[in-house]
Design a protein around this ligand. Structure first.
Ligand code: GYE
Length: 335
């Protein structure tokens, strides 16, 4: 090979190497830039106790996707506050950009949220509320007005009993409570309490813990039926509780719903709940919207722009009975 040819070959190799290395460096820079641009969200979810919860988790997972510039870290707390506290501490260590907390109960958050505040990580609370001495420990909250939901149910019952000419009759109410200390339990319970206070003929036949699950409610209602507890109404604090109550009633041959002996009041209005409602097994299903993903994303978008989001954002809701439902409506709903 001639010397000049050799020189060209060496030059060509050098140029190729430079291009490849240059490419490597620039793609590494790009990756770093991408990582920098990604918004990292650490979400601590309550668990998977109900259809509502599953829809809530899906809403978060579908919103905080890579294509939209998010990295989502997800922890299922399996109904234990200690797990949520550990998850938050982990998110702080990982230096996430935002912490999203769906708290199991309202109290017990001050210490860990102070740690998040000291790490300058905004905390967005979803669904249930928190009760903290210093409101600056969280940036914003979005969820439902659970007391208003309870009031809606009570107003409906008042009207229904009037319509049936039973407004002065003694009405035996079984109250199935959700997870103790959760806002959804506290608000819905407060609504019923007010109804019981207002109507001296409304009697609390029993108050039992259903923990927002079908299995637990089935168990406690079965037990009440076996004891011979009288019941005209079962006030279930969510759809899955209503499913458990209906399961127990059916097993014992007690009819319920629009043409039955026991009225079923429920909350959530998930597709499964509304299907029971359309079938006439649930008399009333008060809506509780779990689709918080896009709402949290819009709070984050505001924060990214340096804006101050509203401290509290109540989602507006309605209620369903067999009369205002159709299969088309159920099919058109997202959860
Ligand atoms: O009603 C229930 C879920 O906090 C609003 O939690 C939520 C409640 C919902 O397990 O189904």
């Amino acid at each position: 090979m001639k010397q000049s040819e050799n020189r060209w070959k060496i030059l060509a190799v050098c140029l190729t190497l430079t291009a490849v290395l240059g490419g490597c460096i620039s793609s590494e820079e790009e990756t770093q830039d991408n990582e920098k641009d990604m918004i990292v969200v650490g979400f601590s979810e309550v668990g998977a106790e109900s259809d509502w919860r599953v829809a809530n988790t899906e809403s978060m997972r579908n919103t905080f996707v890579e294509e939209d510039g998010y990295e989502l870290m997800f922890e299922d707390a399996k109904q234990k506050q200690d797990n949520q506290i550990a998850a938050i501490r982990n998110y702080i260590l990982q230096e996430v950009d935002y912490i999203v907390l769906a708290p199991i109960v309202e109290t017990g958050w001050d210490e860990v949220l102070l740690e998040a505040k000291e790490a300058h990580i905004p905390v967005i609370v979803v669904d249930r509320m928190i009760s903290v001495a210093d409101e600056s420990l969280y940036t914003a909250w979005v969820g439902s007005d659970f007391r208003a939901e309870g009031d809606m149910a009570v107003e409906w019952l008042e009207e229904k009993l009037k319509e049936q000419g039973r407004e002065n009759e003694e009405i035996q109410i079984v109250h199935v409570q959700g997870t103790e200390g959760a806002s959804a339990q506290l608000g819905r319970t407060a609504g019923l309490e007010a109804g019981l206070k207002k109507h001296s003929n409304w009697k609390l036949a029993a108050r039992v813990m259903g923990e927002f699950t079908q299995a637990k409610t089935y168990e406690v209602i079965l037990d009440l039926l076996e004891k011979g507890t009288e019941m005209d109404v079962i006030y279930c604090e969510n759809d899955n509780s209503a499913f458990g109550a209906i399961q127990a009633l059916e097993e014992k041959g007690v009819s319920c719903g629009t043409d039955g002996d026991v009225m079923i009041i429920s909350f959530d209005a998930t597709r499964a709940g509304l299907t029971y409602c359309l079938e006439g097994k649930i008399n009333l299903d008060v809506e509780c919207n779990p689709l918080h993903g896009p709402r949290v994303a819009s709070i984050i978008a505001q924060l990214e722009k340096g804006e101050v989001p509203d401290k509290q954002w109540f989602v507006s809701e309605t209620y369903f009975t067999k009369e205002n439902l159709s299969q088309d409506l159920i099919d058109s709903r997202e959860y």
